[in-house]
Design a protein around this ligand. Sequence first.
Ligand code: GLP
Length: 261
Amino acid sequence: MEVIVAKNAEELGSIVANVIVQLLGRMERPTLGLATGSSPQPVYDELVRRHRAGAISFANTTACLLDEYLDLPPEHPQLYRTFIRRVFVDQIDLPLEQLLGPDVSGNQPETCSARYEAALKGAGGVDLQVLGIGSDGHIGFNEPSSSLASRTRVKTLTRQTREDNARFFGGEVDAVPKHAVTQGIGTILEARHLVLVARGAGKAKAIAQAIEGPLTAMVPASALQLHPHATVVIDPEAASGLQLLDYYEQAFRGKPPWEPI
Ligand code: GLP
């Protein structure tokens, strides 16, 4: 696993945007996995900026969501499909039919999970998956105790996650859905490159446990330890609990030019 401590949100955004731009340049039809939440926002902002500057096009990219809330009306602004359109997809040239996600509109979460797994396969699998991390160590909506081999399915959200996400629902915990459909940890691990981003002191403990703690279902993000190509890009606050901080900084700042992220 490569751990990169960015100086600030802007540097974090530009480091991850560079990796995505390289992918877009290398592949004819890349598949990009998108995470919601606030952590990846600087990445999306930087990609939008470069797109507006004419440097990149997403016309041949397929984008796949990690997860989706259940029990929200179709017009709700916090549905993840709506959220990602607002903060990213509607500002670039990615055709909407190339934005995939769990289709929760039919009220049949189990069928929708299986259909989404098939859609991911149909897209040729995910080339690069952007991930955030919950303060309880979740990835997607795989809460602590999720099977490390899990596939896309319905999960019940923890109280902690609903409290954390209440800020997107007017501060009301009760307005946050209790369930979501999420790619499983086994599904996420099939992406060819995982790039986890985290910002802020509120993520320091989860980050330290995920990177330097034992592999455990109690910290779903520790599953990144199993992946042959996992990159973690965090700000100094999120990095503050890491024991090997000096080593990671030394490795990144002294990285030879032939070694890509
Ligand atoms: C939600 C999403 C996760 C995301 C997490 C962290 O729970 N389902 O995919 O990683 O939020 O969000 P934030 O980046 O806003 O802290």
